[in-house]
Every structure is written in C-alpha cells, then in structure tokens.
Design a protein. Sequence first.
Length: 342
Amino acid sequence: MSSRSAALRYYVVTRLLLAPLMILTITTVVFLLLRATPGDPVDALLGARAPAAAKEAMRVQLGLDQPLLIQYLNYLGDLLRLDLGSSLATQGQTVWQIIGAHFPATVELTVCGMIVATLVGVGVGALAASRPNSPLDAGGRLFGIITYAIPMYWFGMILQLIFAVQLRWFPIGTRYPLRATPPDGPTGLYLLDSLLSLDFGAFATTLYYLALPSLTLGILISGVFERMVRVNLKQTLAADYVEAARARGIPERRIVMVHALKNAMIPVITILGLTFAAMLGGAVLTEVTFSWPGLANRLYEAISQRDYPVVQGLMVFFAMIVAVISIAIDILNAYIDPRIRY
C-alpha cells in the first residue's frame, strides 16, 4: 500500500471514529437542555389544571419520575437499538413515522433552495470576480453583504406579502393544493414521484408551490456562495498559470470558466456541502415562516409542546445527517487535495 493510500485510509478511519462522539455530544446536550428549560411536558399534555394524581401517573408512564441519570441511560439504550421513541403529543406515532411523513418535504425544499443558491451565488460571484474594481464587482460585494445580513423571517414575510397576498402570484401555507390528490409514490418526494408516474401536471404544480419558499431560501444563502466564489476566483485569476494562459492568447471567458473557476470551486464545494447538510438538518425559519410541512417545522411544534422524544429523536436524526455529509465532504477533499491529510 502506498503512503498516499495509507494516509487517506487513516484519515477516513479517524473521521468515522469521531462521528459517533459528535452525535453522542449533541444527544447529551439536547437531553440536558430540554430538562433544564422551564415547563413541564405533563402540563403540556394534560393541562395545568389536571388533577395531581393524573399528572403523577403520567410522569410514571413516561418515566419522568426516575432520576435524571436513569432517564439518560435508558435513552442511550433506546438509541443503540435505533429506537427514537414515540411522540407524547400524538400518542402512538413514532419518531420514525414523523420523519417519514415530513422529511421528504424538507428534502425537496432544500434541494430546490440549493439549486437556486448555487446558480445565483456562483453566477454573481464569477461575474464580479471577472470584472475587478468595476461596478459589477461592487454590485457583487453589495449583493453578498445584503443577502447575508437580511433576516430570513423578515425577507420571507415581505415576499409573501408582495407575491402571495398582494399580487397573488404564488400560494403559501401548503405543499400541494388542499383539494387535489398529491402524487403517490414510494419516495414521498412529489417531484420525483410525479416524474416516475409521468404525471407532468403534478410535477409543474409541485414546482409552483415550491417556488416562493425555495427562491427565498436560495437567494439568502446565495450571498455566502457569492462571497466565497468571488474571493477565491480573484486569487485564482492572479495565479501564474492564468497569466501564462492569457499570454498564449486564450480568450478571457475560457480562462475564467474552464481554468480558473474549476480550481476556485474547491473550497466552495466544502461550503456547499456543509450548507446543504445544515439545511437538511432544519431550515426552521424558512419552514415556519412559510408554514411548510417539513421536518424542521415539526421540530418547532415539538419544542413548543415540550415533546421530549420527538425533539431528541429529530435532533439525533439531524446530527446523523450532518455527520454523514461532513464526513463525505472531508473524504472527497482529502482525496482531491493530499495536503488535507497531514
């Protein structure tokens, strides 16, 4: 085995061993914070005026009467069996069923938002970097600052007021028309299921309902990508091999798009991947602002109801997503750039 393969293997094993530690840390922090915050889940379930005997019986049923350490050890034991628990607010519904019902909506919103963010961010960043010290460059910097600074909830409400309430161009508050039957398929992703069934009308309707929230999410995130692309592309355009390409008479457009942009995108890929993982892990503000029936919105409801099992289970699920995607990105970067392994 070559030294490069051995170094890559050591790096991969190290990252894989650190992932469970990260998930355990997140799980522990969430477990303790939920029990340290004010409020009682039994009161949320039965009401503050419920009889004391009924409350005590509910605490015994939920295991909340046990010492904190015993509750934590029981919870870790359930996690080892991949049992994320059941909802307190909706009796009988497991956390895995909640994930299956709501996660596809989050995936569709995240993917569409990332497509918008990548196209806008990379396009504006490349255009600004290719015209240094020009009005386009200044406009690109201003675009990056504004989109990075605008609060998501404010921007989302403004767009809803303009395009949904005043102009009535887009619908809000749902994923599909309430009086229509959504695409039925194995994935739960309306876009993919409609394509699998060749129902292009349902595909267009799904895109129509996705348009406003995904554009909102994508535009705000694109500012981060724009700044990364503009800075890295400027540095790449000042490299010696770019000057050599210009000296050989290669058109500037080809230099930017074929030679410089490809190398400038290496650090941007890391940001793209981590941002995608974070969005899958809960674009809470976007989903709550648009009443989008995704997993992050369901997490917000569980926090409001102090539904311990749902909050803990969804946080573990989100942590697993972030861990898997971050490990994949690290391995990809380590394979591309050997310096990362040392």
